[in-house]
Ligand binder design. Structure first.
Ligand code: HDE
Length: 750
């Protein structure tokens, strides 16, 4: 506060003609006295109103923030001018039954502000969810970049926004789509934005095609349907005519198009970037985010059901995990390639964003760890108003000539001007850099800075020559002086961009049989929604160029003949790293449903609940109705769900709390019969179990739970169904199954 007041004093003093004052933090300096050239004084301190967001506690609450900063000071309701309001329920009228008076300022202000509460949603990536966190550098990148935030143990605040691409702001979360993964690093050297996706390649090679691919994917222009999905004619028309989209499309049709959670997605910078080391040496890199929780997906039927059950599934999952202290983490890594004149690596053109370099050829080297530890305080102020830009770079990170990237460098600044209402969006709290700002940008809509000085231009003498240019030693950004080969102006792509199928084929060959089965089902589903027969057939022609089995299976599903390939099938080595299966992953944050009834063994239920919590997971008890479970004389157990509002898709595993063997007395026999695992199983429980089984989730139960599992039509001895008398043993095995995410044996092999 003292600093703020000192800076304020300087600002006031500067407005007085001829005043000379010392600049805070710069002993001996003299402010520019208007009309009188003075000695240069070095860069000014940060503008008082351009500090970054205050530090937060892990739950997202900001401690010690002055209430005025949130627009909420004092205990009384006021107008925007601070006038205390006596009544906000009745307009000012000429008599209780008379006309409303126009002179009611509070009424006009309230309604006018409301009328303007909406801003344009993002043209793409409109639907999103975000979180604050911190990035800690390992120091391993220092050999290839001078970027200070990647230094050893350097901690940098971050804000990450995840999104779907096609849907409107209110669309459902678990649609089949690419996901955005945009990270703002508030580094000491300025903001660095890594604006990536969860799929490592893109539909197009040149930014000029972006309006085309998005117009094709968005709802049809006449009726504005379908919302947030690619299963319609215009999308499949475009991707079958513009076959450079083939690689991205097969990723969308794979499990990557329906992530289990934002927490279980990889992130990719897609384009090749250029890193610059302390001596000016350069290398080419691709950025990767690797989730500590593993890469996991939904299955398609589950995703569709969730869209109805809980359209906010991903948004809720992220916020709940952070609130519960299960902070999501990702390692940032780089694939590093030599900066050769041809910018090729092992036959892959590094400037072609529809191609990837297999990790087996260029391993991802970890350079730091990101932890998301705080939810936004206000969705609009932070998640909606955050403005990313791939051109927000820091010293040590530079761009390449990828023609998709170049177009993006134009688009993101341009789009914020219409979305956020003018050129001053960098002053919004969520977009403010944590580095000092002295930018000479002036005025414009929504200007909130009160700039001092008389000379917002360079060179000047009136402001003492301030601000100054920074050389490399002072952190000035220097573009890598790379050679540009002599060329002619052309509208052309290089010949290396012509291969549209070999990478899609490598992806297909790298998947396990269960994953391939999902790809076949996804293409079959989407193409069966295409109305025009010619578009369906044309897409089979594209699939034939990826793989004959894929083409034949999808053709069979559509009831169409399978065409042969129109280009020779590429000979490629599979890349096992592209498959999501095979590993074991941490299970913290998983949601476990426990079906219980009045006869359930409550003691066993308590033990398992405790074990789930101890494992960092979330137990949700599902009871016949909202009443707590009681009856054994010990503490009651609250039910978080009822048979009426629970559906299997909420849970990663489902347990049935069986009833103990009937005692000799009549009560024991009654309890066992009334228990949820008794023979008269509620149809809603049967549905839950059958769905969980179909979606390859782990299922467990103890005591007489087998009755419920049989009633759901689940064959005895099925893979991933754990029944035992001892609840602890059941839970241990279920934990092992969860670590592999799903019971993969239950899917038919392609
Ligand atoms: Fe974007 N993209 N994009 N994009 N993009 C936007 O910027 C654009 C591309 C990505 O959470 C827009 O602020 C063009 C690739 C993410 O706020 C817009 C091209 C990748 C987000 C825009 C691309 C992305 C956006 C809309 C082709 C992955 C959401 C609102 C040259 C590497 C950021 C906005 C957030 C958002 C343009 C292609 C990722 C219109 C012209 C490739 C994650 O400027």
């Amino acid at each position: 506060m003292a600093e703020k007041n000192r800076v304020k004093a300087v600002v006031e003093a500067l407005t007085e003609h001829g005043a000379e004052v010392e600049i805070p933090g710069r002993p001996g300096s003299r402010s520019p006295a208007v009309g009188e050239p003075t000695e240069p004084a070095g860069p000014l301190p940060p503008k008082p109103d351009q500090r970054g967001p205050e530090p937060r506690t892990p739950t997202g609450r900001r401690d010690g923030i002055p209430p005025e900063a949130n627009g909420q000071g004092g205990e009384f309701l006021t107008t925007a001018q601070g006038l205390r309001v006596r009544d906000s329920d009745h307009s000012l009228k000429a008599g209780a039954r008379g006309p409303v008076l126009l002179q009611d300022h509070h009424l006009r202000e309230k309604i006018t502000h409301f009328d303007h509460e909406r801003i344009p949603e993002r043209v793409v990536h409109a639907r999103g969810a975000a979180a604050h966190g911190v990035f800690k550098g390992y120091g391993t990148a220092s050999a290839v970049t001078r970027a200070a935030f990647l230094g050893k143990d350097v901690e940098t605040p971050v804000f990450v926004r995840f999104s779907t691409v096609l849907g409107s702001r209110g669309s459902a979360d678990t649609v089949r789509d690419t996901r955005g993964f945009a990270t703002k690093f508030y580094t000491d050297e300025g903001v660095f934005d890594l604006v990536g996706n969860n799929i490592p390649v893109f539909f197009i090679q040149d930014a000029i095609k972006f309006p085309d691919v998005i117009h094709a994917g968005k709802p049809h222009p006449d009726r504005e349907i379908p919302q947030a999905q690619s299963a319609h004619d215009t999308f499949w028309d475009f991707v079958s005519l513009h076959t450079e989209a083939t690689h991205h499309t097969i990723w969308n049709m794979s499990d990557r198009g329906i992530p289990r959670s934002y927490r279980t997605m990889e992130g990719f910078g897609i384009h090749t970037f250029r890193l610059v080391d302390a001596d000016g040496g350069t290398s080419l890199v691709k950025w990767h985010w690797k989730p500590r929780a593993g890469v996991h997906s939904l299955v398609w039927e589950e995703a569709q059901l969730i869209n109805g059950m809980d359209p906010d599934f991903h948004r809720r999952d992220l916020a709940d995990a952070i609130e519960a202290g299960a902070f999501p983490q990702w390692e940032l890594g780089v694939q590093v390639f030599p900066d050769t004149p041809d910018q090729m690596f092992e036959g892959v053109d590094l400037l072609d964003p529809t191609k990837l370099v297999p990790e087996e050829l260029a391993p991802v080297q970890p350079v730091g760890l990101m932890t998301l530890n705080a939810n936004p305080l206000n969705y609009f102020a932070e998640t909606e108003q955050v403005a990313f830009h791939p051109g927000h770079l820091v010293p040590g990170i530079d761009i390449t000539d990828d023609p998709l990237l170049t177009g993006r460098l134009f688009s993101y600044l341009d789009t914020q001007i219409s979305r956020l209402g003018g050129p001053n969006f960098a002053q919004l709290p969520i977009n403010r850099t944590h580095a000092p700002v002295n930018d000479m940008l002036r005025d414009g809509m929504h200007q909130t800075a009160v700039h001092s000085g008389a000379a917002p231009y360079k060179p000047n003498s009136l402001d003492g020559g301030c601000p100054f240019f920074a050389g490399a030693a002072e952190g000035g950004y220097t573009e890598a002086p790379v050679a540009i080969p002599a060329a002619h102006k052309v509208r052309e792509a290089p010949a290396s961009f012509d291969d549209h199928f070999s990478h899609a084929r490598r992806f297909w060959l790298s998947l396990t049989p269960a994953e391939r089965e999902h790809v076949i089902a996804a293409y079959t589903f989407e193409l069966s929604k295409v109305w025009e027969p010619a578009i369906r057939e044309r897409n089979l022609g594209v699939l034939a160029n990826i793989d004959p089995v894929l083409c034949q299976e999808v053709a069979a599903g559509l009831g169409l003949p399978a065409p042969g390939p129109s280009v020779p099938l590429a000979e490629v080595e599979p890349s096992p790293a592209l498959s999501q299966l095979g590993g074991e992953w941490p299970v913290a944050g998983r949601v476990i449903g426990i079906v219980a009834g009045p006869g359930s063994d409550l003691n066993a239920l308590r033990t398992v609940r405790r074990a789930i919590l101890d494992g960092g997971m979330v137990p949700l008890v599902i009871a016949p109705n909202g009443a707590p479970l009681s009856g054994d004389g010990a503490e009651e157990i609250e039910a978080q769900r009822t048979f009426a509002n629970a559906r299997s898709v909420e849970f990663d595993a489902l347990l049935v709390a069986g009833a103990p063997a009937p005692g000799d007395d009549a009560k024991g026999a009654r309890d066992a019969k009334a228990g949820i695992a008794g023979t008269a199983v509620d149809p809603r429980v049967r549905l839950m179990l059958a769905e969980a089984f179909r979606h390859a989730k782990a299922i467990g139960g103890w005591a007489n739970a087998s009755a419920a599992i049989e009633a759901a039509g689940i064959p005895a001895g099925s893979a991933g169904v754990v029944l035992a008398d001892e609840p602890r043993l059941v839970w241990e095995q279920i934990t092992g199954l969860l670590a592999r995410h799903r019971v993969w044996d239950r899917f038919p092999a392609a």
